[in-house]
Each structure stands twice: as structure tokens, then as C-alpha cells.
Design a protein around this ligand. Structure first.
Ligand SMILES: [Zn+2]
Length: 157
């Protein structure tokens, strides 16, 4: 299977990890989360896999997932994450981090949510919000993912 992310040698951004994002990384609105769906048991897995973590089958399709989902549960991240993230840490603004159930029978993924701790709730509809999270050793933007409340414009504004 060919690479779905921009390969080294291009000037554009790169994915935070191979096999987890798909689409044109220079157009955040076109980026989707990538993964695998097991043909044997049907489970969806975030990130392209060679073997199912549920039933061990090696019969997997590589797929992209819906850009929308629902907050399953959440917590508040009150401390800045360690490098390589280059988030503004002084002062650090507490933010929600949530388990998101992706629409269309996608996987449950963990992600920061672009809203205040007061504005998140279980069952809230969210949409994918990809943006450059930091730079790699070559100075390229590294695309990371998060979610924002459905209908917000987030980093795409
Ligand atoms: Zn399976």
C-alpha cells in the first residue's frame, strides 16, 4: 500500500506518526484519521495495523475514519505535556482531553478538545481539528490532531 501521507523530501507538513493521518496534510480540512478495520471481527483500530489487537487476525483493511464523533468521557489536563509538543506552557491553560467515539462505527480515540473545561460534556458532538503541533528536526511542521465542538471553526478559522 502506498504512503497516504506526504513523504520525506516534500516541503509540506508531516504526520505525527506514519499510518495515523491520511489526506493532504497541507490542507487541515482534508485530513482524516487513518487506521484499520478487521475483516474477521469488524473492530476498528486507530493507526494502520498488520494484525488485529482484538482477534489477532492479519486480514485487515486500511481505512480512513469520519471527521466527527461524540465525547465518551473526558478529564481535564492541568499540566503541559512533555516535549516534543510546543504548546504554550506559560501559563498553561487547563484543557479537556477526551475519549471520542468516531461516527460510522469508527474507533474510540483519545484527543485534546479545543474548548474550555467548562464547555465540554459527555455526549457532546465534536469534529476533527488537525493542526501543526510542533516542528521536527528538519523544521517541518508536524501535524497533530484534536477535536473541537461540532460547528466551531477551531484552527481552520
Ligand atoms: Zn479482529
Amino acid at each position: 500500500m502506498g504512503s497516504e501521507t506526504i513523504a520525506d523530501g516534500n516541503d509540506g507538513p508531516v504526520a505525527f506518526r506514519a499510518g495515523f493521518l491520511t489526506g493532504d496534510l497541507s490542507d487541515p480540512a482534508a485530513v482524516r484519521l487513518a487506521g484499520s478495520r478487521c475483516k474477521a471481527c469488524g473492530i476498528a483500530l486507530f493507526g494502520q495495523r498488520h494484525r488485529c489487537e482484538n482477534c489477532s487476525s492479519a486480514d485487515l483493511d486500511h481505512v480512513s475514519f469520519a471527521r466527527t464523533g461524540t465525547v465518551y468521557t473526558f478529564t481535564i489536563q492541568r499540566y503541559a505535556p512533555p516535549p516534543p509538543h510546543s504548546l504554550p506552557v506559560t501559563p498553561w491553560a487547563p484543557r479537556p482531553v477526551a475519549w471520542i467515539d468516531l461516527d460510522d462505527d469508527g474507533p474510540r480515540v483519545l484527543a485534546p478538545i479545543g474548548c474550555t473545561p467548562e464547555d465540554i460534556s459527555i455526549g457532546m458532538a465534536v469534529q476533527l481539528d488537525c493542526q501543526a503541533g510542533w516542528s521536527d528536526a528538519a523544521g517541518k511542521d508536524v501535524m497533530a490532531y484534536g477535536f473541537i465542538p461540532a460547528g466551531d471553526t477551531g484552527a481552520l478559522a
